[in-house]
Design a protein around this ligand. Structure first.
Ligand SMILES: [Fe+2]
Length: 315
């Protein structure tokens, strides 16, 4: 693909976000008596706060089929557009890998690759350019291609949901995508040249419960992940996964082997967990620049495990 094409796409995005041009691509008549509010879906383990404000989620060199999603955010009457809603989007790359939490191939220079936040305009429009997400294994089965959304309106109504695509071979075996409540979120994609276009309107349910849990992926193994970011200043996140409910102790120690901070010390359920270290010791003093280690000790019915990783604090 050449740079002119990309420029045209950017223009399209800008236009569709400002003028609601997207409605011309997939016309949709909204009637108040046909007001199906957007259902929630699980957040999964790969949400990361602090994604950049952008509506171009994928670099031009990102492998995969270019995908353009646009739509409107409406209030719970399905008519009133919501201005200033934060639409926070995250997805896997073409081979099913999530940035921030995983080392993806090819590596991107953008640590928040395929993640972005945008604000809806006065007509409730949002739109972004990305690539069609790939599949990834969840236990024995692949999850269908999906894009995660977290929408927060100015009055703090929050909707966490996922977008799926018609004719995906894995929808029928996926417990979340095959749920009848997800039907409205399985959208058709239209092809224009080499690109795919889809429309996803979001109707906020002020009564919705936020669909946050970590059921999406159950870890099969105990893993202590590399902290992120690294090097870091002032704060970093340490992620670990437990196949079983376990007693967990997570400590930070320095090159002399002296414990600097205790980040976890108690029983944790199976699943993915995050612990943050703010670079301070147990008395709240800022630690010096340099190399630190974090060690997790896990005890459950299968036995005792421990793992240590390095991290670098920079000022
Ligand atoms: Fe996901």
């Amino acid at each position: 693909m050449n740079s002119n094409n990309n420029l045209d796409r950017r223009k399209f995005l800008k236009l569709s976000a400002v003028t609601g041009l997207s409605a011309m691509i997939a016309p949709k008549l909204l009637l108040a008596d046909d007001c199906d509010l957007t259902t929630s879906d699980i957040q999964g383990p790969f949400f990361s706060a602090g994604s950049p404000t952008t509506n171009v989620l994928a670099d031009t060199s990102e492998p995969g089929t270019r995908l353009f999603i646009s739509g409107k955010v409406y209030a719970d009457d399905c008519i009133t557009p919501v201005q200033g809603a934060i639409v926070d989007v995250w997805q896997a790359n073409d081979s099913g890998c999530y940035s921030v939490f995983e080392q993806c191939t090819p590596a991107s220079t953008n640590p928040y690759n395929l993640r972005g936040q945008m604000l809806t305009d006065a007509q409730g429009n949002y739109g972004f350019e990305s690539i069609k997400p790939g599949f990834y294994l969840n236990g024995a089965n692949f999850r269908p291609a999906h894009i995660h959304f977290r929408v927060v309106t100015p009055d703090n109504t929050i909707l966490v949901t996922q977008l799926y695509f018609q004719n995906d071979p894995y929808i029928s075996i996926d417990p979340w995508a095959s749920d009848p409540s997800a039907a409205e979120r399985i959208i058709p994609l239209t092809t224009q040249g080499d690109d795919l276009y889809g429309t996803f309107d979001i109707k906020m349910n002020t009564m919705a419960t936020v669909g946050i849990n970590d059921e999406e992926l159950k870890p099969d193994f105990f893993v202590l992940h590399q902290n992120y970011p690294n090097p870091f200043n002032p704060e970093t996140t340490i992620r670990y996964s437990l196949p079983l409910t376990s007693k967990v102790k997570l400590i930070v120690f320095n090159e002399m082997g002296k414990t600097v901070a205790v980040l976890e010390n108690g029983t944790k359920s199976s699943g993915y967990h995050n612990a943050a270290w703010n670079g301070k010791d147990s008395k709240g003093r800022k630690s010096a620049n340099g190399l630190y280690f974090y060690k997790i000790e896990v005890e459950n019915e299968k036995g005792k495990f421990s793992q240590t990783q390095k991290m670098m604090l920079l000022k």
